[in-house]
Design a protein around this ligand. Structure first.
Ligand code: CTP
Ligand code: MG
Length: 564
């Protein structure tokens, strides 16, 4: 690759959507195939997994001549895509046109030997590169035809709350605020690529013991509601090992089986597999730190930080229903653009008031909140999104999916879902959302997105949200009375705030619209509740923390999949 045209080919492979500060605008999951048909969720996942499979992650010095480095890398295979980013030092993600390119590069690598330290004999697709020390220092200067300044470093830092507020304040309508919030917070293409890359690296490691396994992301990384910095949920899919080989009917009628160890339950198998994988991650996998095995939780998991991507990871196994509920959320996110805009707004509102938290406890989870938004949208007249039962009816025979006796069938072809006739604006929907839950009969009724109507609660949990696919479970069983009370009070205050806004001339200097309901002052806006709200909030926080510490002592992570 010595010519300028070849050099520009590599340059073209970079993420061209990067803006001046290197931040990628928008989400670039390919949602349509070349013939214009909308891709299904599964097709998109497959594409992403293949991209990651032919990619490598490379640590490099910040000062490296990036264009020279690209030139060097392209000697091993054609590069499809690449980007540089910072995470505990400078890294780049390089996607080759095929797996051979990635393999050729890895084959050129060596295990480093340093005095007094002994390397673990494990090779992965996480590499480190540095320029050779030639006697002639000039060799470190860029020699490629590519201008160094054209190579961006992607900014992956979440936008600060202060910047979000100031940007949203400067806008003209609540509608614009909600749209802009999504643009500022949603996962970028680079984020998504990195998330699939981490899964792919884990898959390589798991495949050394369990060939044929897949590691798939699920949750907010791929359900279209994820924001920059959200955790990465992954699951080990062992179906390929367990059910990969169909039994052959052979002429002589012999049956051939592997001799395997048997355990008393599927849960024990999951715990054993995750325990071994946790050890492997801890000992061998470069950049995986703080590995915690949380095997007694309802859904056993291994939690760790992946430094090369700066991602907080939860690794589970045999969690097929979670994958299906992820697909369900993705589909709802595609049905009407107002869904994502409202979900992002409500999640940000909840986060800014401490109604949700990254720590396990009695807080409402983002999954539960999203389900509440969907339920609210089902209750509009006309409905903005269909019920899950309606999505079930639209399913094709190949969509039928039963997991552990639960019918998780849901239409995969997005073209079959008709658009809603509802024309309500985001301004209206935001205030109506708070109105709806400010007066919802939580004491009597459960929220059920399968039916799209409230039902009598089968038991006395303060907040009862029927699990979309396991209808006997409550996904918000962890939420206590004080957290629910805070939610309701804040929703009521938000209605009041949105309906009593003072006119401001442009440019606006005080919070308004979405920023006003996200502001901490909201809690004292309702004059009657001023004193009570503050002390009530403190008490509820203390109570939740106490409960949380008790729960944590009782068995590690209990938030995940609690009660469903
Ligand atoms: N999930 C589920 N049942 C539950 C809890 C979670 O099926 N009771 C599934 C959902 O698909 C959810 C995913 O597991 O999206 C991951 O859970 P979690 O990480 O708690 O939520 P996220 O949607 O990923 O949101 P966050 O950004 O807070 O991580
Ligand atoms: Mg998550």
């Amino acid at each position: 690759l010595g010519s300028s045209s070849a050099a520009s080919r590599v340059l073209d492979a970079s993420l061209s959507e990067a803006s001046d500060d290197g931040r990628c605008a928008g989400e670039h999951i390919p949602v349509r195939s070349s013939d214009g048909v909308r891709s299904t969720f599964v097709e998109i996942q497959e594409k992403r997994m293949q991209q990651a499979d032919r990619s490598v992650l490379i640590s490099c010095p910040k000062s490296i001549a990036k264009s020279n480095l690209l030139q060097f890398l392209s000697n091993h295979g054609q590069i499809n895509n690449y980007f540089f980013y910072e995470s505990y030092g400078m890294y780049m993600l390089v996607e080759f046109a095929d797996r051979n390119g990635a393999q050729a590069l890895c084959d050129a690598g060596c295990i480093p030997h340093t005095k007094g330290e002994f390397p673990m004999p494990f090779r992965s697709r996480v590499l480190a590169i540095r320029p050779r020390m030639f006697p002639n220092a000039a060799s470190a200067q860029p020699t490629s035809m590519m201008p160094e300044t054209d190579i961006h470093i992607i900014n992956r830092e979440p936008v600060s709350n202060k910047d979000i507020i100031s940007r949203l304040n400067s806008l003209e309508s609540t509608e614009q605020q909600l749209r802009t919030l999504v643009d500022m917070q949603q996962l970028t293409d680079a984020d998504v690529r990195l998330r699939f890359m981490v899964c792919s690296l884990l898959q390589d490691m798991c495949a050394t013991i369990f060939p044929g396994t897949l590691v798939r992301p699920f949750g907010s990384s791929i359900n279209s509601f994820g924001h920059t910095g959200c955790d990465l949920d992954m699951l080990l899919d062992l179906d390929g090992v367990l059910f990969g080989n169909k039994r052959h009917v052979v002429k002589n009628n012999f049956e051939l089986d592997y001799q395997v160890k048997m355990l008393s339950s599927e849960r024990s198998v999951t715990q054993s597999v995750l325990s071994v994988m946790g050890e492997c991650l801890d000992y061998f996998s470069p950049g995986c730190v703080g590995v915690q095995k949380i095997l007694q939780a309802r859904c056993p998991l291994v939690r760790f930080s992946h430094q090369p991507s700066s991602l907080q990871c939860d690794f589970t196994a045999n969690n097929r229903i979670a994958l299906k509920s992820t697909e369900m959320l993705y589909i709802y996110g595609q049905v009407d653009e107002r869904v994502r805009q409202l979900v992002f707004a409500v999640r940000s509102w909840a986060r800014s008031h401490g109604l949700t938290s990254s720590i396990s406890g009695a807080w409402i989870t983002n999954f539960a909140l999203t389900t509440m938004v969907l339920f609210f949208l089902q209750k509009r007249s006309p409905a903005i999104v269909p019920t899950l039962e309606q999505l079930r009816k639209l399913a094709d025979p190949e969509d039928v999916h039963i997991v552990e006796g639960h019918d998780c069938t849901i239409v995969s072809n997005l073209e079959k879902i008709t658009s809603s006739q509802n024309t309500e604006t985001l301004d209206q929907l935001l205030v109506e959302f708070f109105n709806f839950y400010g007066s919802f009969s939580f004491s009597k009724h459960s929220i059920n997105i399968w039916k799209g109507s409230e039902q009598n609660k089968p038991e006395s949990s303060p907040l009862y949200i029927v699990n979309p696919f396991e209808h006997h479970l409550n996904i918000s069983k962890n939420v206590n009375v004080s957290q629910l009370e805070r939610f309701v009070q804040l929703a009521r205050n938000s209605v009041w705030q949105l309906q009593h806004q003072e006119e401001q001339s442009s440019p606006k200097t005080r919070p308004w619209g979405l920023t006003a309901v996200m502001s901490s002052q909201l809690q004292s806006n309702n004059t009657k509740g001023r004193g009570r709200m503050k002390s009530g909030e403190t008490l509820s926080k203390i109570r939740s923390l106490l409960e949380n510490s008790v729960l944590n002592k009782a068995g590690g992570n209990v938030r995940k999949m609690q009660g469903g």
